[in-house]
Design a protein around this ligand. Structure first.
Ligand code: NAD
Ligand code: FES
Length: 294
């Protein structure tokens, strides 16, 4: 059992929890994710890691209820436990493996959209711990939905953008990127994490601006095990699975339209059956419950 040490509401519909998981806290890296299961029969829920404390042995998760299981999770309090808490899963962010002196020469721009701000935080914090200060845009629909601003300001140069202009830059993150670039900022790398539609439009813009861009495809995962096939995505000429090969990919090579269309189809039994028909073996190992390749 994995004890919840802290449970709080960050904004309407966004929740944060600190969970006791010393083994994961010891080895996880920015970019990775975990899978939680509330009880034996519970659904597997893949969630990005928002923070980790290696000494205290804790992992921080941030989530938004999007279905019955995540809705049920919102009722858990400090003192309750998860039945399973598995990880770290997926590949760490590329920069973790790079030479620090080479990294120090690069200017990073992070673009965090809504709940996607959570997985951006450990990346910016990691760079800060290694002497690199990145620029960060936090985008939200409105002021009350901006999360982790104070924490992010301690580790990076933060610009907040709200769609309705209730706080900071008025407009979407793409407008804030253009403003930073028009003000003379030059970037070697952009890391964009948020809703699929945001990552698509950030990539269209950064392609034009010639800024190499990494995106995190967590939103298309279902079971996070490489079994269900939900997170199948075309990157360049290759078929990849976000939960095993990613979640981070070269955003300029991701076919977002296809990934979003597939994500919608995966939500219905009919859609899953059609994917199975079209994709056969590459669809899955049967984890989604549609009968697998039997
Ligand atoms: P949201 O809809 O409030 O969007 C956040 C910001 O994204 C907006 O403020 C805007 O600046 C930008 N954005 C949205 N549409 C855009 C467009 N067409 N062009 C340019 N910018 C645009 O975000 P939310 O409701 O907090 O998002 C929840 C989504 O984030 C879920 O779909 C969830 O799956 C996803 N998510 C992604 C990750 C990840 O790793 N990529 C992690 C957690 C959550
Ligand atoms: Fe990747 Fe199921 S989420 S295969």
């Amino acid at each position: 059992m994995y004890k919840i040490l802290k449970a709080e509401k960050l904004a309407s519909n966004i929740y944060l929890m600190d969970v006791e998981a010393p083994r994961i806290a010891k080895s996880c890296q920015p970019g990775q994710f975990i899978i939680v299961k509330m009880d034996e029969k519970g659904e597997r829920i893949p969630l990005t890691i928002c923070d980790y404390d290696r000494e205290a042995g804790t992992i921080t998760i941030v989530f938004q209820p999007v279905g019955a299981s995540t809705e049920k999770m919102t009722s858990l309090k400090a003192g309750d436990s998860f039945r399973d808490f598995t990880g770290p899963l997926g590949q760490p962010s590329e920069f973790v493996k790079e030479d620090i002196e080479e990294l120090k020469k690069k200017k990073f721009l992070f673009v965090a959209g809504g709940v996607g701000t959570a997985p951006v935080y450990p990346q910016v914090k990691w760079l800060h711990e290694h002497g690199i200060i990145a620029d960060v845009i936090i985008g939200a629909k409105t002021k009350d939905l901006v999360i982790l601003e104070e924490e992010m300001k301690k580790v990076g140069n933060v610009t907040v953008a709200t769609d309705d202009g209730s706080y900071g830059f008025k407009g979407m993150v793409t407008g804030a990127i253009e403003e930073l670039v028009n003000n003379g900022n030059k970037y070697d790398v952009c890391v964009a994490i948020g809703p699929m539609i945001m990552m698509k439009f950030v990539c269209l813009l950064t392609k034009k601006l010639e800024i190499p861009t990494i995106v995190s495809l967590n939103p298309i995962m279902v079971d996070g095990t490489g079994m269900c096939g939900a997170c199948r995505v075309v990157v360049g000429d290759e078929v990849k699975f976000a939960c095993v090969d990613g979640p981070e990919f070269d955003g300029h090579k991701v076919d977002f339209d296809q990934a979003m269309k597939r994500q919608q189809m995966y939500k219905t039994e009919e859609g899953r059956a059609l994917l199975k028909l079209r994709e056969g073996d590459t669809h899955h190992g049967g984890g989604c419950g549609c009968g697998g390749d039997k």
